[in-house]
Design a protein. Structure first.
Ligand code: UD1
Length: 470
């Protein structure tokens, strides 16, 4: 009886999909490398790859909000509130506070990205950002969640999405740090799927002689991965109703915000967003808007210049609702979205890629494919857009230098916290960071200005790097 080896089956599948070159180096691979290659090829959905390759020649409008012209600014729950807004806000805070106290909200952190722009060799969450404390992004997030736990007394789970490239390291970091003080059973990790990158002839690229060039499928992959990994079932079993979604790169993210969660829940929204006013037309944030009554987000790279620069009667940017990538998602919405497989549109990123060619390492123009979580906004019947204060809630770490870098983030943290210290008439430290007194406040010490003022008589820890209130 003739049997087919797994290698032959995988090769036959690849060949019939026109991807036989994946086995070009087979003869030079040892047994372990062959096994790994077969495993990778087994994981490839060649049907999907064929669909993605079609996008190379005619990518439909890059965002789900269609062509730019019909874009309308979103209706905001504004930062400047009149009395009616303020009383709505009060009600929402109390609803949100109840949801948090009743354990109806889970946190969802997306941390599967590759930190390539930052040039940091490791999970971005492990990057030390605390200007005085040296705490990492993961530590910052964990301390905020601990603070929320103390405030609301609920055993709220934290779902952390990794990707294959950083999963093991992320787990190790959490374990080595005793889950940053959170109960281990309330921190759950899940991994997003990977998709092959291709060249412009649609051939899957290789990153080694026996390795496919696979890239994370974008943070939109969090929806399907949340369901497929069993996290959704876990969330159901815990009785959760909403997820509070945030990105690893922003140490000021406030996942336990009763106002936001309350507004979202009261509007019976599927998915809601927080925005800040864009600081200038060129700022690299997506903008939220409405097309045909539906919310969407247009990525900065896709926003036509005429819309990017458009101003309204009072001189403000018309499309200034900058996406800070903080969302509330109803669990029912997540379930509906994930039950039919991933229903989000694919975006193509064409770039020069470091690959393994016929004769070894080389570079070639190619394409990666990603889905974006904010494309789900268009599928939500109702959606709240809450405007928040940039200084308090948004300073991401994206680039090694310049805008949105560790330097700007640390300066922003010091600016915010030294403002609180000044309001409490505290002596500033001698150390400054780009002219700003080096003051840092542990989220466990005080989450906001009000809380800080209430605790202000407490002395800070005086360190060589500045003052740390903890
Ligand atoms: C993103 C948003 C942008 C928003 C800005 C706010 C996109 C495409 N755009 O920009 O609208 O204004 O944040 O800071 O997201 N991630 C994964 N898996 C992936 C890809 C990314 O988990 O496959 C995570 C990263 O770890 C990171 C976050 O998603 O936490 C952001 O991804 P990134 O590609 O850096 O988005 P930006 O271009 O910075």
């Amino acid at each position: 009886v003739e049997t087919t080896s797994p290698g032959e089956t995988a090769r036959a599948r690849a060949e019939s999909a026109g991807q036989g070159h994946l086995f070009a180096h087979w003869d030079q691979l040892d047994a372990a490398a062959r096994e790994r290659l077969v495993q990778e090829v087994d994981g490839v959905d060649f049907g999907l790859v064929a669909e993605l390759v079609q996008l190379l020649s005619h990518e439909p409008s890059a965002s789900n909000v269609g062509g730019g012209d019909e874009l309308q600014p979103p209706e905001l729950f504004p930062l400047q509130r009149d009395m009616a807004d303020e009383s709505r806000a009060e009600e929402a805070r109390s609803t949100g506070g109840e949801l948090l106290a009743d354990g109806k909200v889970g946190y969802l952190l997306v941390a599967g990205g590759q930190a390539s722009r930052l040039g940091y060799d490791g999970p971005k969450g492990d990057y030390a950002i605390g200007p005085v404390s040296g705490w990492t992004l993961f530590q910052y997030h964990a301390r905020r969640l601990l603070a929320a736990r103390q405030r609301y007394g609920a055993a709220t789970p934290w779902y952390v999405m990794t990707s294959r490239a950083n999963h093991d390291t992320t787990l190790r970091i959490f374990a080595e740090n005793d889950f940053f003080g959170l109960p281990e059973e309330d921190v759950r990790f899940f991994t997003q799927a990977m998709v092959p990158a291709v060249d412009f002839d649609g051939r899957i690229l290789m990153s080694g002689p026996g390795e496919l060039f696979l890239a994370p499928n974008g943070h939109g992959g969090s929806i399907a991965a949340f369901a497929d990994s069993g996290a959704l079932a876990d969330a159901r079993a815990r009785g959760l109703e909403h997820l509070s979604y945030f990105q690893v790169d922003n140490p000021l993210a406030r996942p336990a915000d009763p106002l936001f969660l309350g507004l979202h829940a009261r509007a019976q929204a599927g998915m809601s967003s927080k925005v800040v006013s864009k600081r200038d037309p060129g700022e690299k944030v997506g903008v939220l808007g409405r097309v045909g009554g539906r919310m969407g987000c247009i990525e900065y790279s896709d926003l036509p210049e005429s819309l990017r620069d458009a101003r309204d009667a009072d001189g403000q940017l018309s499309f200034r609702a900058g996406n800070i990538a903080i969302h509330a998602l109803a669990l029912d919405f997540v379930e509906a979205l994930s039950s039919g497989g991933l229903q989000l549109p694919w975006h193509v990123a064409k770039k020069e890629m470091k690959v393994w060619g016929a004769g070894g390492p080389t570079t070639t123009p190619g394409a990666k494919f990603e889905t974006f979580v904010f494309d789900a906004l268009g599928k939500s019947e109702s959606s709240v857009t809450l405007e928040v204060e940039r200084a308090v809630e948004f300073s991401p770490v994206k680039n090694a230098e310049g805008d949105d870098s560790p330097a700007t983030c640390q300066r922003d943290l010091c600016r915010l916290f030294s403002g609180w210290a000044e309001a409490a008439e505290r002596e500033p430290p001698e150390t400054t960071l780009e002219g700003v007194p080096a003051v840092e406040v542990d989220p466990l010490f005080a989450e906001d200005r009000e809380a800080f003022l209430a605790r202000a008589p407490t002395e800070p820890e005086s360190r060589s790097g500045g003052h740390l209130y903890r």
